[in-house]
Design a protein. Sequence first.
Length: 307
Amino acid sequence: MEVDEESPYELFDDRFRACQGDTRLRKLFSEGRWLEGPAYFPAGRYLVWSDVPNNLILRWDEMSGHTAIFRQGTNYANGNTVDRHGRLVTCEQGARRVTRTEYDGTTTVITDQYEGKRLNSPNDVVVHSDGSIWFTDSTYGIDSDYQGYLAQSEIGASYVYRVDPDSGVTQVVATDFVQPNGLAFSYNEQLLYIGDTGISNVPDGPRHIRVFRVGANGDLSGGDVFATCTVGAFDGFRLDTAGRIWTSAGDGVHCYDPDGTLLGKIRVPQTVGNVCFGGLRRNILFICASTSVYSVYSVMLSVTGTR
């Protein structure tokens, strides 16, 4: 292991050298409470993210560097993503639903129940190229009044779901999780990575990412543990087009090769909750960490797009 005190990078494998860019983190915002769900809009060149306990979504403009409130009263929004039509898709923990913000600013409810029972508190979300919406449904929004509203789970478990793009039916795709959290497709969408942060609720619970093979009809198979977090727990993460996983952790952002090797870390002075890629060439890593948002350029991230 090599540590350069002048750089945020921590090297574990020589392959990580090619991923390093900026020699420092840039702090974009520092007035939050617990920041999550970054999502980048390339057409407008802006970033949005959730401040979950403060019940806000904020917006940072890349051209001006200005941060402003994007939405107040978000129903304790957590995870966000941008669908294939440039619309914001949001997990609302307080309202226990997944919504989409339309072009005119109105909100469409994508799903808020499974088999007639209310969801727990949707946590993170991704959109497949076929239009299906996949999300995790942990209990963090009903565990207390801090990030939602204290309540009992009607379903009695925490599942991973897929919303069919044609029928709108919400179906379970994975059941054997304690607290399903972050999720992301590989670039070719043949693999789906899902995190489990069950350590937060269960002694010696999971703090790992599992990898599943995605079938043609949305069925998942496999589910082996891909990586286990050594500092804190993996929350949100994204993959680049080379298949590397860039994931949140207690000491920063950890970068894994598709073969499961920990290549290196980007040290961040706060606990990281989630990340996303953005910028004109999709080679800026945006990092939500506790109360702050950071960015760092990585020179070798594929410029053709990321998930």
